[in-house]
Design a protein around this ligand. Sequence first.
Ligand SMILES: NC(=O)c1ccc[n+]([C@@H]2O[C@H](COP(=O)([O-])OP(=O)(O)OC[C@H]3O[C@@H](n4cnc5c(N)ncnc54)[C@H](OP(=O)(O)O)[C@@H]3O)[C@@H](O)[C@H]2O)c1
Ligand SMILES: [Zn+2]
Length: 388
Amino acid sequence: MIFTPNPSVTCRIDVAGLEFTGYTQPRGGAHAEIMALRAAAAQGSDVRDAAVHVSLEPCAHHGRTPPCTSALIAAGVGKVVVAILDPNPLVAGKGVQQLRDAGIEVEVLPVDHPEAIASRELNIGFFSRMIRRVPWVRMKVAASLDGVTALANGQSQWITSPAARDDGQAWRARSCAVLTGIGTVLADDPQLNVRALLDSPEGKIAAPRQPHFVLVDSQLDIPLDAKLLKTIGQHGQASTAYPQETIDLIAPRAGFIYHSSQNDQKIKALEALGVKLIYMPEAGSGKVDLKAMMSDLAVNQEINELHVEAGFKLNGSLIKAGLVDEMIVYLAPKLLGAGMGLANLPELSALNALPAAQDLVYQSVELVGEEGSKDLRIVARVRSSQKF
Ligand SMILES: NC(=O)c1ccc[n+]([C@@H]2O[C@H](COP(=O)([O-])OP(=O)(O)OC[C@H]3O[C@@H](n4cnc5c(N)ncnc54)[C@H](OP(=O)(O)O)[C@@H]3O)[C@@H](O)[C@H]2O)c1
Ligand SMILES: [Zn+2]
């Protein structure tokens, strides 16, 4: 589980044939190294000279918790293997340096080592926020085989199978926030939360955290009785997969609306419902400035991974502005003919055709669902987002 905005980190201490593992807790809680040291201490194990494996460089600064480097040094461990350096400028290399200065042997795995790649992929949103100062933006779309995402009358529920929808909820669950447009709220009245059980190595588990929601609604047209607004303050599903101390640290769902409205009455009414309203007009269009919204989401709201489930118009604007990093497209084996496509994009012919096309790289192609009702799931990454 990713306890946003913290990165997801694992620490394993090998001592006398035993392994003690710890995971980074939600904000305000202990980091992986401390959890692993505590686990060893609880068993009375002496960790002096032990080998420690961490999936991210130990922190070296006083944040909400004291630095993990100090705890490792005080414990007298012998060696630390770091899968990848922390991109956080407050840490970046300093953690490794502090350990070495204290005489601890440190090995940093090469960037193309499978453990380094796995750690970065799991924390791609955290890396994006730290390095690029924008979230990692993943756009999910459900379409028919001929690329229709909604009928001309706006109907889109449901194009894909329940299994594909549950799979989509697992991607929501790993994100920090789910973003949509007012068009989708008015058409579908969605909740955009996690209700499906998630696959884990231990079987199906409940999601202990609800991602926040982000709505793009220039004129604040959202009805005050929209289901989305009722999800503010929601906690995760009751989960026995995590200890209660962990659950207690998880922040409840917040709701953000980015707008360009001066309607004070509506602003007050929404604020009274607990919405965080952010005024972010785009000069000229009167719509929301999507680029500024992305940096606000990363820098001020600490959103690492943003999961987009919007309609044709907002999808198009986000892609045109170069704000999308990855797409998950579920294709149902049916043909719908006319309707809305994946995204409202400019005619390529006007832009010199194919060279101007959005260039993506396939990451995976899989069938999801039960025999007889499978959908295709394609994950593709925008080529220019592959390296940062
Ligand atoms: N199949 C799927 O995966 C899927 C997923 C989601 C939705 N849908 C379907 O999509 C349909 C809704 O599509 P839609 O295109 O009407 O809605 P949308 O893309 O969700 O929302 C579009 C609205 O966002 C607002 N907006 C504000 N700033 C913007 C900006 N800079 N650029 C673009 N939009 C901006 C605009 O309204 P204001 O100017 O008033 O703010 C615009 O009308 C529904 O039928 C829904 O069922 C399908
Ligand atoms: Zn730490």
